[in-house]
Ligand binder design. Structure first.
Ligand code: GUN
Length: 281
């Protein structure tokens, strides 16, 4: 029987800490959220972020734009938010509707307001270990490991997925914590042979039931980053939870695992941005 890592409870603690620190600032931290189009999942995520901000004493202002918004309109909104001193962080929810260019958007947000930690300047700083902002999902995973006293140093870590948002920065943070890290992806042959060696397995692929019991070593720590729907429309991750849980030492549920921690780490980044803008870093 594995210990279930309670992301919800941990996120609550992080948000309480953010709330206390935010209340001590001379000006409330501010987040601008941009949502383009009507993607149902994005709408849910944005509402969640707005309610987290309210909980933490962060002022959030949302900009909901039509799906046919032009690249120029979107970039001129971001430029205005870049100049607005009340805005500490800017978050443009991805994915963007076609034909909007996500890379241009990521590049246009000032690095000191890039609370997602997506800008190449911040990704570069992260890579050389000078991070101000931390990428929310990987930072949330590291916080979970710390909270449960799971040490990474010397461990074999396997990351499934190589996305810019999760897989790559996850590998960076695990390496910085002295783990020995392997990144697997869609072109990796014999996935099972690699994952079965993992002391810490992080899956961020987006395919329900990808990780079965035969892929997991006895006593492994299993972290499920994904958010999928199963055949019956129920929320699930990449890991076949019922099959893997008896083999693992620790496991994250979906929902209630990594998701709430991702949101909590965003709140922490907004606080960091506000402190920076108030000359407190
Ligand atoms: N879409 C899915 N996850 C994220 C995220 O963390 N930030 C943004 N901006 N968009 C997302």
């Amino acid at each position: 029987m594995a210990i279930q890592i309670d992301g919800k409870a941990l996120a609550k603690r992080v948000k309480e800490q953010v709330r206390e620190e935010a209340a001590a600032l001379s000006r409330k931290p501010g987040l601008a959220v941009i949502l383009v189009g009507e993607d149902p999942a994005s709408k849910v995520y944005v509402r969640g972020k707005e309610s987290d901000c309210a909980e933490c004493g962060i002022v959030s202002v949302s900009h909901r734009l039509a799906a046919d918004t032009s690249q120029e309109e979107l970039l001129s909104l971001i430029e205005a938010l870049n100049r607005d001193a009340a805005v500490d962080g800017i978050l443009c929810q991805l994915p963007l509707p076609k034909p909007l260019n996500e890379q241009l958007v990521i590049h246009s947000i000032l690095p000191d307001k890039d609370v997602d930690c997506f800008h190449p300047f911040n990704v570069g700083k992260l890579t050389v270990g000078e991070a101000g902002f931390l990428p929310c999902t990987p930072a949330g995973v590291m916080e979970m490991l710390r909270a449960y006293d799971i040490s990474v140093a010397g461990k074999r870590c396997v990351v499934l997925g190589r996305s810019n948002i999760v897989g790559k920065p996850m590998a960076t943070l695990l390496t910085q914590a002295d783990g020995t890290v392997t990144v697997c992806h869609s072109r990796t042959p014999d996935l099972k042979a690699i994952t079965a060696q993992a002391d810490i397995l992080v899956s961020a692929v987006g395919r329900a039931a990808l990780v079965g019991a035969d892929m997991v070593k006895d006593g492994a720590v299993v972290i499920d980053v994904a958010m999928n729907r199963d055949g019956e429309g129920k929320l699930c991750g990449d890991v076949d939870f019922a099959a893997v849980e008896p083999k693992a030492s620790y496991i994250t549920p979906v929902p209630g695992g990594v998701g709430p921690m991702t949101r909590a780490m965003l709140m922490r980044n907004i606080l960091t941005a506000a402190k920076d803008h108030q000359g407190l870093l």
